[in-house]
Design a protein around this ligand. Structure first.
Ligand code: PLP
Length: 448
């Protein structure tokens, strides 16, 4: 055989071998049932329906409606020509800015060597779950991606129940009970507050109780404070100073700074857990290498804060607070069980009062409820089962972000900072959100 013939037959053999590949035999069993993240899927579906000409209210994906603050955009413009790979742990200037911010916020000494920068906190969470060899404990409900990440890696997942009457918050006794089941076991607890999906948060006393149990049982805590700056009173409390040796702080630019697509997340470790940071850095160096260079330069400006950023935060908070309050009132008056949010941009309504009417329309669970709601009203929300709740409970998450955030911020700027945002402001600048909730209310009351 000449060389060409040999090469041709080699290609044929490899094509034949490739055809023998199949998902049942060659797909890692951990990823077989994972599917696309619920939030990403609802966003894709909403966009597709919009392209088909339908009017869609996008209350599915939790993306900030607000533009990135002007000084941070300016910093990004100035850094656009930066092209080199950066150190795996992050740009030193940014790590210093994050460490100083940490010190200002929590009054804890922080070394830039304990800061790790990543392409979104979600990626860092995945790396943490990969390198830390322990079971995952999360409250139910909690954010959609913690559990699938554990499933992909092959960790055991324990959901600790919460309930409406307890503000959907984890109670220290429940945590203790789980820890006592197998006292020596290595465990990672992820706490997120203000919470996605409920908008509720912990008081200092509640955090102290959780910290005490976690410390006594040697539980590693990942404190996901990505919505911390969106606490409506600007009074976010953190568990970090209460359990400094065993808590990893997680934050980033995606929510308060409106920069989800920039993909920048930060972790801050206590010096006692430097080994964990180092293990994560090693894996990061073999996977994403480093986080985008210009974005890191811009993030320095965001973490430095200052009056312009403070004004931006005050306006974001008062718009979201007023809107969260108005939507809670509307839903409550319509007979829906829902708690008023204290931060972030989510409501977690419970539609179980309408279960009989839903059954007459063949709606037996929360997924069917959300599918029908989208099909019949154009309002996209996510079922509570995506956040770990029982599908029969008929809960859902509603992200109140479908309004022109830039326009609303501009309008809020001319209202004195100590004044509240009123109903006419909401009607003028967040009208789509009011209409979306009116549509939900009309739909749940409509006779089948
Ligand atoms: C509770 C929570 N944690 C973490 C993230 C991930 O944020 P990012 O990867 O954009 O930093 C999100 C994003 O939706 C979130 O809602």
């Amino acid at each position: 055989m000449n060389r060409l013939a040999i090469a041709r037959s080699a290609i044929l053999v490899s094509e034949h071998n490739l055809r023998k590949h199949s998902p049942t035999k060659h797909l890692n069993p951990n990823v077989k049932n994972v599917g696309v993240s619920a939030t990403v899927a609802i966003n894709d579906l909403s966009n597709q329906l919009r392209r088909e000409g339908r009017e869609i209210f996008k209350l599915g994906l939790g993306e900030s409606p607000f533009p990135v603050p002007a000084p941070v955009v300016e910093a990004l413009k100035n850094a656009a020509s930066q092209k080199s790979y950066l150190p795996v742990n992050g740009l030193m200037e940014l790590r210093e800015a994050v460490a100083e911010h940490h010190q200002r916020q929590f009054g804890i000494n922080c070394d830039p060597g304990d800061v790790l920068i990543g392409p979104g906190s979600k990626e860092l969470m995945f790396l943490l779950q990969l390198v830390y060899y322990g079971d995952l404990m999360i409250p139910s409900p909690s954010w959609v991606s913690y559990a699938p990440q554990a499933t992909i890696i092959g960790r055991d997942i324990h959901r600790v129940q919460t309930c409406f009457d307890n503000n959907w918050l984890l109670v220290a006794e429940e945590l203790e009970e789980l820890c006592l089941e197998d006292p020596g076991r290595a465990r990672l607890l992820i706490l997120n507050y203000p919470s996605n999906p409920t908008g509720r948060t912990y008081s200092a006393a509640q955090l102290e109780e959780l910290a005490e149990v976690a410390q006594r049982h040697g539980v590693l805590v990942l404190s996901d404070e990505i919505y911390g700056k969106l606490h409506y009173e600007g009074k976010h409390q953190s568990i970090v100073p209460m359990y400094p040796v065993g808590t990893v702080f997680s934050g980033g630019l995606s929510k308060w700074c409106g920069a989800g697509g920039w993909r920048l997340g930060v972790f801050v470790f206590p010096p006692e857990l430097r080994w964990l940071r180092e293990a994560m850095s090693s894996v990061a160096s073999e996977t994403f290498t480093s986080t985008s260079n210009p974005i890191q330069h811009a993030a320095v400006r965001a973490f430095q804060e200052g009056p312009e950023i403070e004004d931006y935060l005050v306006d974001e908070r008062r718009i979201l607070k007023a809107l969260g309050h108005a939507l809670t009132e509307k839903l409550s008056r319509a007979g829906v069980k829902v708690l008023e949010p204290e931060g972030a941009f989510y409501l977690f309504p419970d539609f179980s009062a309408f279960s009989e009417r839903f059954l007459r329309s063949q709606i037996e669970d929360d997924t069917r409820m959300c599918e029908k709601l989208l099909a019949e009203t154009g309002v996209a929300i996510l079922p509570g089962s995506a956040f770990g709740r029982d599908a029969g409970e008929l809960t859902a998450r509603l992200a109140y972000v479908d309004f022109p955030g830039g326009e609303a911020l501009e309008a809020a700027r001319s209202i004195p900072k100590d004044e509240r945002i009123d109903g006419s402001f909401l009607q003028d600048h967040c009208g789509r959100m009011l209409e979306a909730v009116d549509r939900i209310i009309a739909w749940i009351h409509q006779a089948p």
